[in-house]
Design a protein around this ligand. Structure first.
Ligand SMILES: O=C[C@H](O)[C@H](O)COP(=O)(O)O
Ligand SMILES: C=C(OP(=O)(O)O)C(=O)O
Ligand SMILES: [Mn+2]
Length: 458
């Protein structure tokens, strides 16, 4: 058996198939032979990301763990193959870069930018099937698995989609790399976009103050002989939920220099709330890859579980290796988070704490669409910052579902989206995303909380 075959076979693979029981949330592939063919091909394909890039992100996240930087992570809930276009990738990048400038100014810290991009094609779901009238079909699990149309043909999991996931990820990464090393990320240009947003935003006096300060800071930088183009190369990495273990195992590679094994499907992978079973195959797989990794923590998480994740996933206590992304809901964050943070701090675990204020605040509106109120999202984020301020720990950043297009999927914001507007442009393949104005609203609020504290601000 050559190394390619070993990768595909699983049992002798460096990331193995350990972990009790079957992996949660895996598709019911109807044709295992076809699945094997596809994963064997992927096991011989070039890596999408390289070990040195993953190590670099881990170092940058080490600064977040030490309180010297912030993490901004964002992108679609579910990427689609059709969405791997220049326009769509540019829009998300632009929004994230704009947010990063605002946050960096507010917190006076560098911002580590990570897209939910170039691999976010698979979804865990609450229910395995969807029923419409008397017809029941497998639920849509992301373009990596099946199609969104409510037909048996679309909904049958098709392994060749894993090959298309690899290709769409490569296309997206190519765009990300080109855009972040070209003039697109020039700080002066990004700030000009922010000024345009502020000018077009109703009641934006508070934003104007921040935008004026950034304008002055840029003028000062130039006066000192600095060059905003020197900042044009944005350090940008990509991430996704490492959900489909067949795909992830096929794309692991062992670095001949260090002998360490990396998932090469993305720089950072995370374990979702639905697959974080301590004795499960996802945790076992993640314990064997050297990438920076994250775990989503929902409201049922206990302090002891937090410690077990640290022991299993970051036994060397390496700053930047492990990030906890908390998604409790606005009503629970202030009660549920302190015990978890205190437990990790008392053990000296050098983890990053990041808020996902989206997934605990989803509800289904009268028209049957999933949505989120920006007020609730902001409230959870504020609660997250408050908890850390009270404990004297570092609120390490934010993880958001957002898009660069003017969609109408979440409610509220300074360009108010009202419930009757949801149908205008609801395009998400899964969960409702912030549009660029809502994402920037949140960035300006968060920047104020970092700068001035949360107490004095509404
Ligand atoms: O993105 C997260 C989950 O996949 C999503 O919230 C699940 O949605 P569902 O409850 O509609 O299955
Ligand atoms: C599935 C997701 O979140 P969670 O695992 O936190 O529910 C997600 O980030 O899209
Ligand atoms: Mn989601």
């Amino acid at each position: 058996m050559d190394s390619t075959e070993r990768h595909a076979a699983g049992t002798e693979h460096p990331t193995g198939s350990a972990g009790a029981g079957a992996a949660d949330q895996q598709p019911d592939w109807p044709d295992p032979a076809r699945l094997r063919e596809v994963t064997e091909r992927l096991a011989g394909a070039p890596p999408l990301v390289f070990p040195a890039e993953c190590d670099r992100l881990r170092e940058r996240l080490g600064a977040v763990a030490r309180g010297e930087a912030l993490l901004l992570q964002g992108g679609d809930c579910a990427e689609t193959f059709a969405g791997a276009t220049q326009e769509s990738v540019e829009g998300k990048l632009r929004t994230l870069l704009q947010m990063a400038v605002v946050l960096s100014h507010g917190a006076a810290l560098p911002v580590v930018k990570v897209g939910r991009m170039a691999g976010q094609f698979a979804k865990p779901r609450s229910r395995p099937v969807e029923r419409q009238g008397s017809v029941e079909l497998p639920v849509y699990r992301g373009d990596a698995v099946n199609g969104p149309g409510f037909t048996a043909r679309d909904r049958t999991p098709a392994p060749e989609r894993l090959g298309r996931m690899y290709e769409a990820s490569a296309t997206t990464l190519n765009l990300v790399r080109a855009l972040t090393t070209g003039g697109f990320a020039d700080l002066a240009q990004v700030h000009a976009w922010n000024r345009a947003f502020v000018a077009a935003t109703p009641g934006s006096r508070r934003y104007e103050r921040v935008a004026d300060e950034i304008t002055r800071a840029l003028a000062f930088l130039r006066a000192c002989g600095g060059d905003t183009r020197a900042l044009a190369t944005a350090d940008f990495h990509v991430s996704h939920e490492g959900l489909l273990l067949d795909y992830e195992r096929a794309l692991t590679r062992t670095d001949p220099e260090s002998g360490r094994t990396y998932a090469t499907s993305g720089h950072l992978l995370w374990i979702g709330e639905r697959t974080r079973r301590l004795d499960g195959p996802h945790v076992a797989f993640f314990s064997r890859i050297a990438n920076p990794i994250a775990v989503k923590l929902g409201p049922s998480t206990t302090p002891d579980e937090v410690l077990r994740y640290v022991d299993l996933l970051d036994p060397d206590r390496q700053p930047g290796r492990l990030t906890f992304v908390v998604r409790m809901g606005a009503e629970r964050i202030r009660d549920a988070l302190p015990l978890l943070v205190e437990k990790a701090a008392s053990e000296g675990a050098p983890v990053c704490w990041v808020s996902d204020p989206m997934h605990g605040n989803t509800f289904t509106g009268d028209d049957g669409r999933k949505t989120r109120r920006l007020d609730a999202v902001a409230d959870e984020l504020k609660g997250f910052v408050e908890v850390h301020r009270t404990l004297g720990t570092h609120a390490g950043g934010v993880h958001l579902e957002l898009t660069g297009e003017d969609v109408t999927e979440c409610l509220g914001g300074s360009h108010t989206i009202a419930p009757e507007m949801l149908s205008h442009r609801y395009e998400s393949a899964c969960d409702p995303r912030l549009n660029p104005a809502q994402a920037l609203d949140l960035a300006f609020l968060l920047a104020e909380w970092y700068r001035d504290g949360t107490a004095a601000l509404s």
